[in-house]
Design a protein around this ligand. Structure first.
Ligand code: ARG
Length: 754
């Protein structure tokens, strides 16, 4: 009774606070957000987060690669934290059957033991709002093409004028669907090393079953170190390099989280579509999402079949599987969310409302009168080719051999146009070699043979006949429509599917060999189909969509100027703030804001590799050996949720308290709000983060790598936890599984309106 009451109170308390939609630009915080942030519990100022003439929190935020994930500096000597699933590809690349870091984890005992990560990291230096510079040179009567050309020209010039010294570079970004423009200046470091990663049984605990869901018991973290040349500047990987000294590293708080606590997250959200029109929602629901789910499932079934059979294969395909599967489940959830939350109807109502406002004034009508019809025309045009397009992206690109074929197109052009230019031929050969080396690293031809057959069979069976690439004729005529037979011959003969054949070809590249190659023929046919047919067909609707969206967003902002507007995510640094808090996922249900190590033992299932608890971890948890990381009630908090607004790319982002201290690492969203990238759901949408105390416990107590914790700046909690007798908790035999299909992230980043 009491418990129910407390929970109810907590829920009421929570829902009375404001919903926290918004991925805010750092250079606008003072103007738009600072006051509200402080009201919610933020103790610093906007200037402490983003400043260009002194160190600020932004200096501790890491962009991994071009923004595939985020991270945060936690030591003065270059250590940063990110997610396990962000380091997964690097860890997989460093793993072998003998050194299986995926299964066993890895901890560098000394700096010398750290391993090359294979990706670079960047730090944001400065943001420039160049909207005025650009908009002043654009006119309303320009066509979309003229507009783009002008914008491109000015952007080029602005980038050219920016500093390129010491690994600095500049990126140009349009915001608010082409209404505002910004420059982002970065500094990139190329020597990054793996320092520590827990076993997948901790870092990926719950696997695909728990993915995109709360409650979650995953220690989704790993750590890397950034190195610089002896002069402190970016340098190629070298033994002579020294640990990077960041302008800011985050203190780590072990105080833990309470319902309603202020929480903010900084990182690099990849892409959202919050302005998507009702027509876009309809097309996504009718065509895009079901197609992606179907193709990915087919691919995963084949991966599963082979991975179950052999350990080396399991390691080689671990990262590929995780990527395909992450967004397989994402698209299932997104469809479900869009339908359940009636997003189409809501968008329709918003559009009707906007047009009533537009039509009430002659000036507005002249400017914005056609936005909804533009969008409708654009989407109608697009709809004709959407399925063919998605199948090209997901299925044709789903064959690794065919992708290598695409990479060979440059060489083919060189051989066809100017085979005598030895230097250019050699350069084209080197590019193919590099792509092939990348492919062979983790390649099992038997898997790809089956996947290739299945992918092209699906294009053949599902896409309208006249929207298919011409290579289908070959399969129909020469192989009587038998895709397995076609793929078998392709894999037996093509230069794309064997190292020996490829090397022989590259040693003596000839146009004749290429033209006769079954694999290259298929790749070239797909490429030509895309270039000469699909891309232009899709572009026909593009101008209407671009104009429609740009003007619709301009109209929305003009109609509601008092509202705080934020641009869609586009892989630029953003801040989201809100509060830690529970939610009601459905009628009669309540989800707490935290979960603890007890749940790990409840979910344990030795017969299911997604729910294995390593022996050492189990022993430590059963004896309640939580070190100094337990909360006030003596429990070890594993994960928590907050109403922050994040998306893919934010993975690995630090979650900070009101003092700017690290309290967790964000790693996922929740099942009930998977439509969140299109429409934020205030009551339901949550960010799932691993509690920093579980991270510290895993490093310190589980892995015995306390030296890494000692490198951090810990802000220790003052209250001592009560002493609780080690209780023998019987682990449940059946894990509590969410009611979703088992086995469901981004191979090809889902392509938006382009
Ligand atoms: N859904 C998470 C994201 O996209 C990735 C979680 C990785 N874990 C997994 N079991 N695949 O950020």
């Amino acid at each position: 009774m009491k418990r129910t009451f407390t929970l109810l109170l907590a829920a009421l308390l929570f829902f009375s606070t404001q919903a926290h939609e918004g991925m805010w630009l750092l250079n606008k915080l003072k103007q738009i957000n600072e006051a509200e942030m402080q009201k919610l519990g933020f103790k610093l100022t906007a200037d402490d987060i983003y400043a260009i003439n002194k160190s600020s929190l932004k200096d501790g935020i890491v962009r991994l690669g071009g923004g595939f994930c985020s991270g945060e500096m936690v030591s003065a000597e270059g250590l940063f934290l990110t997610n396990h699933h962000c380091g997964y590809d690097a860890v997989q690349g460093l793993s072998s059957v003998e050194h299986d870091y995926l299964t066993d984890g890895f901890w560098a005992r000394t700096r010398k033991d750290e391993l090359p990560a294979g990706f670079s990291v960047s730090f944001l230096q400065r943001i420039d709002d160049v909207s005025e510079k650009i908009n002043s040179q654009l006119t309303a009567d320009m066509t979309e093409e003229q507009r783009d050309a002008k914008i491109g020209e000015i952007a080029q010039q602005l980038i050219a004028e920016s500093s390129k010294e010491h690994g600095q570079s500049t990126e140009f970004k349009a915001m608010f669907e082409g209404n505002e423009f910004y420059l982002f200046h970065y500094k990139t470091y190329r020597d990054v090393r793996l320092v520590g990663v827990p076993p997948s049984a901790i870092g990926k605990f719950g696997g695909d079953t728990d993915n995109w869901m709360w409650p979650r018991h995953t220690g989704d973290f790993c750590m890397f170190r950034v190195y610089t040349g002896p002069d402190g500047e970016p340098a190629d990987p070298s033994e002579a390099n020294v640990p990077f000294k960041p302008a800011h590293h985050f203190p780590v708080s072990t105080a833990g989280v309470k319902e309603g606590d202020f929480a903010m997250i900084m990182g690099y959200p990849g892409s959202t579509d919050r302005f998507m029109s009702s027509h876009g929602v309809k097309l996504a629901l009718d065509v895009e999402q079901p197609s992606r789910v179907k193709i990915r499932r087919a691919k995963l079934d084949i991966y599963d079949e082979f991975m179950d059979r052999d350990k080396a294969t399991r390691i080689k395909y671990a990262s590929k599987h995780a990527q395909v599967s992450n967004y397989w489940k994402y698209f299932i959830g997104q469809q479900r969310g869009l339908k359940r939350l009636k997003v189409y109807d809501k968008k329709k109502a918003q559009e009707a409302d906007l047009m009533t406002w537009v039509n009430a004034d002659a000036g507005r009508k002249a400017k914005y009168g056609s936005v909804i019809t533009d969008l409708e025309t654009g989407y109608n045009e697009r709809a004709k080719f959407e399925k063919a397009n998605v199948y090209m992206q997901e299925a044709a690109f789903g064959s690794e051999a065919i992708v290598l074929g695409f990479r060979m197109y440059g060489l083919k052009m060189q051989l066809a146009t100017d085979p005598k230019d030895a230097a250019k031929v050699a350069a084209a050969v080197a590019r193919v070699q590099a792509a092939a080396d990348e492919l062979w690293k983790d390649y099992v031809p038997a898997i790809d043979q089956k996947v290739t057959a299945q992918m092209f069979r699906m294009i053949h069976d599902d896409v309208e006949r006249d929207l298919q690439p011409s290579m289908m004729h070959t399969v129909e005529k020469k192989f009587k429509g038998d895709f397995d037979a076609w793929s078998a011959v392709l894999f037996k003969t093509s230069i794309l599917t064997s190292k020996e054949r490829l090397n022989a070809f590259l040693a003596k590249p000839s146009l004749k060999v290429l033209d006769k190659d079954l694999g290259f023929q298929a790749a070239e046919s797909c490429l030509n189909h895309y270039r000469t047919f699909l891309a232009p067909a899709l572009a026909a609707g593009e101008a209407d969509l671009a104009r429609g969206y740009r003007l619709m967003v301009a109209a929305m902002r003009e109609k509601d100027p008092a509202r705080s507007w934020y641009p869609n995510a586009n892989s630029t640094m953003r801040l989201t703030y809100g509060q830690v808090g529970s939610y009601v996922p459905g009628d009669g249900m309540f989800y707490k804001h935290i979960c603890t190590a007890k749940g790990i033992l409840e979910k344990e299932d030795p017969t299911n590799d997604e729910f294995i608890v390593p022996a050492r971890q189990k022993e430590l948890l059963l004896s309640r050996n939580y070190g100094r990381y337990a909360d006030e009630s003596g429990e070890l908090v594993v994960c928590f949720i907050s109403n922050n607004d994040i998306t893919g790319g934010n993975s690995g982002s630090g979650v900070f308290n009101g003092n700017g201290e690290l309290i967790g690492i964000a790693f996922d969203g929740n099942w009930e709000a998977m439509s969140g990238d299109i429409a934020f759901e205030p009551e339901l949408q949550r960010t799932i983060s691993v509690d920093i105390r579980y991270v510290l416990w895993t490093i310190d107590v589980f892995a015995g790598a306390g030296h890494l914790v000692n490198e951090m700046t810990l802000v220790e909690r003052k209250v001592a936890p009560p002493v609780v007798e080690p209780a023998l908790i019987e682990p449940a035999t059946t894990p509590s599984k969410p009611a979703v299909p088992t086995k469901p992230t981004k191979t090809v980043a889902p392509v938006k309106r382009s």
